[in-house]
Design a binder for this molecule. Structure first.
Ligand SMILES: Cc1cc2nc3c(=O)[nH]c(=O)nc-3n(C[C@H](O)[C@H](O)[C@H](O)COP(=O)(O)O)c2cc1C
Length: 320
């Protein structure tokens, strides 16, 4: 997820998941400039040994640039490359990139062909159901993807116009999964282990992909793995949350971020995480989110009510 799942955040998720680490995908990488490996793409494409096999996700609308970017990602060690045809942000979609490709299937096909022509590692596609309710094109996309030799399709069960609102349409995801010869991964609104199990059981998908819930609960992958093994999902306590925040601060520092950036990231993740501890929120808001520097933040965090042995409460509402 752009602006969120950078290397330190993915390292945190991996550590919290123990032996059950999920499959990781990079933040999406722009092909908008004539040079693909800009400083920001070079930063976003980094991954660590433990994340292998790693998937690099690219977006754009120019077939030649996308093919060249895919090749460069492969050369940098990506084991898979994924084309994003789902981003609804106007500055992306209105230029014909991301979910803009849902309105130009001939270009989507041309892009997939061009990438397949040069890429040795498998190519994945991530898309939405269509631009809006009156232009659902997911069946056509499946046909194009299979025709071009795409190896895996992730379907976010919303339209571009829906953005992140309303519910993901899992019946539509299930219908695609039933028709597909390639693996279909279902995405949208998987907010806890119970929902994950229900989706896997009832919709015929080969896998599931979790987005926003990982921001509120980075243990969700561990909990889903527990449920898949027939065990009760691990309960998360206040002290585990505190430990995770301290560890995240270390990981951000190791990644050479500036103090101001580290403080911003700590506030971002802790505010989302602490939604699971309603009782702690007033104290938390007053003290922690007003911290002026990292040390202040960590001191305030560790002395706030969050440290009480409350069990992290799920489910909760997930917002983007
Ligand atoms: C802040 C933010 C950034 C995102 N960035 C990406 C991205 O770079 N690539 C991508 O495929 N999806 C991205 N997404 C979409 C999510 O991966 C996911 O498809 C969507 O949120 C639906 O799943 P969820 O209900 O589990 O969150 C992003 C979503 C959010 C909220």
């Amino acid at each position: 997820m752009h602006g969120v799942t950078d290397l330190p955040f993915r390292r945190l998720i991996r550590e919290l998941s123990g032996a059950h680490a999920p499959f990781f995908v990079s933040e999406f990488l722009s092909t908008g400039s004539s040079v693909f490996l800009t400083p920001s793409n070079l930063r976003a494409i980094r991954f660590c040994k433990e994340e292998e096999p790693f998937c690099a996700q690219i977006f754009g609308h120019n077939a030649e640039r996308l093919a060249s970017a895919a090749l460069q990602a492969q050369e940098l060690g990506a084991a898979f490359v994924e084309l994003n045809a789902g981003c609804p942000a106007p500055k992306v979609a209105n230029k014909g990139s991301g979910s803009g490709l849902l309105r130009d299937l001939p270009n989507l096909q041309k892009i997939l062909h061009s990438i397949k022509n040069v890429l040795k590692v498998p190519l994945f596609l991530k898309c939405r159901l269509g631009w809006d309710e009156s232009s659902i094109v997911i069946n056509e996309i499946l046909e194009i993807a299979e025709g071009c030799g795409v190896e895996q399709l992730t379907v976010h069960g919303r339209t571009k116009v829906q953005g992140y609102k309303g519910s993901a349409n899992w019946n539509a995801i299930g219908e695609v999964a039933a028709k597909a010869k390639i693996p279909v991964i279902g995405n949208g609104d998987i907010n806890n282990a119970e929902i994950a199990m229900e989706r896997i059981k009832n919709y015929g998908v080969k896998g599931i992909s979790v987005g926003r819930a990982a921001l509120h609960n980075p243990w969700i992958f561990l909990q889903i793995a527990n449920a898949m093994e027939g065990r009760e999902p691990a309960e998360i306590t206040g002290s585990q949350v505190c430990h995770a925040i301290f560890r995240y601060e270390e990981l951000l520092r190791e990644d050479n971020l500036r103090a101001g950036q580290i403080l911003g990231r700590l506030k971002q993740i802790s505010a989302r995480l602490c939604l699971g501890f309603n009782a702690a929120m007033p104290d938390f808001r007053l003290k922690v989110l007003r911290s002026e520097n990292c040390q202040d933040f960590l001191d305030n965090f560790s002395s706030s009510a969050i440290l009480s042995p409350n069990v992290f409460s799920l489910p909760y509402a997930v917002g983007s």
